[in-house]
Design a protein around this ligand. Structure first.
Ligand SMILES: Cc1cc2nc3c(=O)[nH]c(=O)nc-3n(C[C@H](O)[C@H](O)[C@H](O)COP(=O)(O)OP(=O)(O)OC[C@H]3O[C@@H](n4cnc5c(N)ncnc54)[C@H](O)[C@@H]3O)c2cc1C
Length: 334
């Protein structure tokens, strides 16, 4: 029976268990959230033994070489000696500032107290106590400052704190970054398609601003989808940005038109109704030759990826980060 040795404590694994299951069952307080290798919350390090390749997908080469892996993706096949993330993989940080962007979304600024080279559009994992959740970097407004957009999930372990209670100076640990949605200069004429739902706007905001700063010459389409108009945010800022950048087309959309009682803001005049994939198809029947960035709800990201591929976008030109939510507790035990 293979064994996982975590900080000197020995845990026996049953067939088919993941390293995360074994450690949780053994009472180890391992932070975890999505359980599908998307959020990075449960990354640990193997100091002896080889973690399976699929548990290291998406990690930087340097991290792979040092034995880091997603504990939730590692089905146990042999003995492993495992340690928590080292100091080098997390930096101390503190809340810098918090402000409401809408009734349900807050802009949270985090000050890093150590080195963490990051690019807008990537995501970091915030650790507070034993809770870890991932958030995309919307901007780096000053050296060592991360801007995040956080939607309040009622009853959630971290987002209500970030949206309502986080105070300047509150300590955090920040891990990462990971993620694929970054603007890479070099093909300045390419048309760009940025599409996301909810706070999926955060990484797109980063990609958009980096593209504009790099004087991207091709047209840029930004599709921001929501359930109702009240779930949109940064509408005025994006409208103004589009007014001053002729190459930028901003298309806010909502599935339903009903005014949202939580929001006092009027629906933007550009608002389109319908599911995001249909709104995009109305504007861009063919997406051949476009570079696409997709973020937000996992089912929408998966749907858009498929539809854009069918509409002509090459899969290697699609960068996508799905905001996979925390797996329900039922999935925690086998
Ligand atoms: C790569 C990545 C990037 C992310 N970037 C952002 C970001 O920029 N901004 C942002 O606001 N969030 C982002 N998230 C989501 C974020 O990590 C948390 O999942 C979210 O903030 C909820 O955390 P919580 O601790 O408040 O709630 P939790 O304690 O995690 O959840 C409470 C309950 O609500 C359920 N739940 C949570 N979210 C959802 C949902 N969307 N749909 C249905 N059920 C849900 C959970 O399953 C659980 O039962 C990202 C996630 C990933 C994986």
């Amino acid at each position: 029976m293979p064994r996982i040795i975590y900080q000197g404590r020995v845990h026996e694994a049953r067939a088919g268990q993941t390293v995360l299951d074994v450690l949780l069952e053994g009472g180890e307080p391992i932070a975890h959230a999505c359980r599908v290798g998307a959020c990075g919350a449960c990354i640990v390090r193997a100091t002896e033994g080889q973690p399976p390749a699929q548990a290291q997908v998406g990690l930087r080469d340097a991290w792979r070489a040092q034995g880091y892996f997603h504990a939730c993706r590692a089905e146990v096949s042999g003995d492993l000696v495992v340690e928590p993330l080292g100091e080098g993989a997390r930096v101390a940080a503190q809340i810098e500032e918090r402000a409401a962007l809408s009734p349900t979304v807050a802009r949270v600024f985090v000050r890093l107290l150590g080195e963490l080279p990051a690019t807008a559009g990537q995501y970091v994992t915030l650790h507070r106590g034993h809770t870890a959740r991932s958030y995309s970097i919307a901007a780096l407004p000053a050296p060592g400052i991360l801007e995040l957009h956080v939607r309040r999930v009622p009853g959630g372990a971290l987002s209500p704190y970030l949206c309502d209670d986080a105070a300047p100076g509150d300590p955090l640990l920040v891990q990462g970054p990971l993620g694929h949605c970054i603007y890479v200069p070099g093909r300045p004429e390419d048309p760009l398609l940025l599409a996301g739902t909810g706070t999926g706007l955060a990484p797109l905001w980063g990609v958009l601003h980096d593209a504009l700063s790099a004087n991207h010459r091709g047209p840029i389409y930004l599709f921001h989808g929501a359930l109702t108009p009240g779930d949109l945010y940064l509408v005025e800022e994006l409208r103004q940005l589009a007014a001053t950048h002729p190459g930028l087309r901003y298309v806010p959309s909502a599935v339903r038109a009903e005014p949202d009682s939580r929001s006092m803001s009027a629906a933007p005049p550009e608002l389109e109704l319908g599911p995001l994939d249909e709104v995009i198809a109305r504007h861009l029947p063919s997406t051949s030759g476009m570079r696409a960035f997709l973020c937000g709800a996992p089912e929408i990201v998966a749907l858009l990826k498929r539809k854009l591929y069918l509409a002509g976008t090459s899969l290697r030109d699609i960068a996508a980060d799905a905001f996979v939510p925390t797996a329900p507790p039922a999935a925690s035990t086998r």
